[in-house]
Ligand binder design. Structure first.
Ligand SMILES: Nc1ncnc2c1ncn2[C@@H]1O[C@H](COP(=O)(O)OP(=O)(O)O)[C@@H](O)[C@H]1O
Ligand SMILES: [Mg+2]
Length: 226
């Protein structure tokens, strides 16, 4: 299992903190951007033998550990190579990607799964390379059912060939079944751990649960906080 340390500086003002999500874009020469390039390269190396890891989930044991920050920066880093990347907010309970990208639209993944919208109608083209973002859509009463639905499997199959890489920003793996349902259908999982927050037992349990659903845990991003 790969092991990467991601050290984001936490001594920032709130305004700068919102930019942290985009540091790979705004500060491509920074150490953080460089670390995401290393993560990107490691994932690509892992893909050499056998199947290509084009559909990945990012998760962590609990909330607030840095999943979304890691997902956005990794997506940016991959798109900077010229790849067509789709970043999906699969956290249907506490979605945040629309806030990070400052998107007002309420269409997203749930609308596609309910058959109300197509991907073309819902996806947002960012100005960052060929990075596209699909927000969660309205928070549904039955997130697990939607994530585990036939419509979701069909959607995954449909988009697989459209993009070079697809990243799912998932809910915490210890708190919902949703992540496990998705993990089993993707090519790999990246586990975000927070050295200032994640308890050791929870990290071990998260890994165990992912292994149980036969997810291929490609590596750990160790997000450090003071
Ligand atoms: N290394 C870090 N240092 C300081 N703040 C961080 C760090 N990593 C993430 N954050 C901030 O912590 C909050 C939670 O991060 P987020 O990526 O949204 O976590 P999650 O998606 O796992 O809930 C966000 O406000 C984010 O900007
Ligand atoms: Mg999040």
């Amino acid at each position: 299992m790969g092991h990467l340390v991601l050290n984001l500086n936490s001594k920032k003002t709130l305004k700068e903190m919102t930019k942290r999500h985009f540091v790979s874009h705004t500060n491509p020469d920074s150490q953080i951007a460089e670390q995401f390039r290393t993560i990107r390269t490691n994932i690509q190396f892992l893909s050499v033998d056998g199947c290509k890891h084009k559909m990945l989930i990012l998760t962590s044991p609990s909330s607030g550990e840095g999943k979304t920050t890691a997902a956005i920066n990794l997506a940016i880093s991959i798109s900077q190579q010229g790849d067509r990347v789709l970043l999906i907010d699969a956290n249907l309970r506490r979605p945040t990607l629309h806030t990070s990208f400052n998107l007002k639209t309420s269409y997203g993944l749930t609308d596609i799964l309910m058959g109300r919208k197509t991907l073309e109608e819902s996806v947002f083209q960012t100005k960052i390379g060929r990075l596209e973002v699909l927000t969660s859509g309205l928070i549904p009463p039955n997130p697990t059912e939607l994530i585990g639905s036939k419509a979701m499997s069909q959607f995954i199959n449909e988009i697989r060939d459209e993009y070079d890489v697809i990243l799912f920003d998932c809910p915490p793996v210890l708190e919902t079944t949703d992540t496990k349902l998705l993990a089993g259908q993707c090519d790999g999982a990246v586990l975000v751990l927070n050295s200032g927050k994640t308890e050791r037992e929870k990290a071990v349990e998260a890994k165990r649960l992912l292994n149980l659903v036969r997810a291929k845990v490609l590596g750990v991003i160790l997000n450090e906080r003071e």
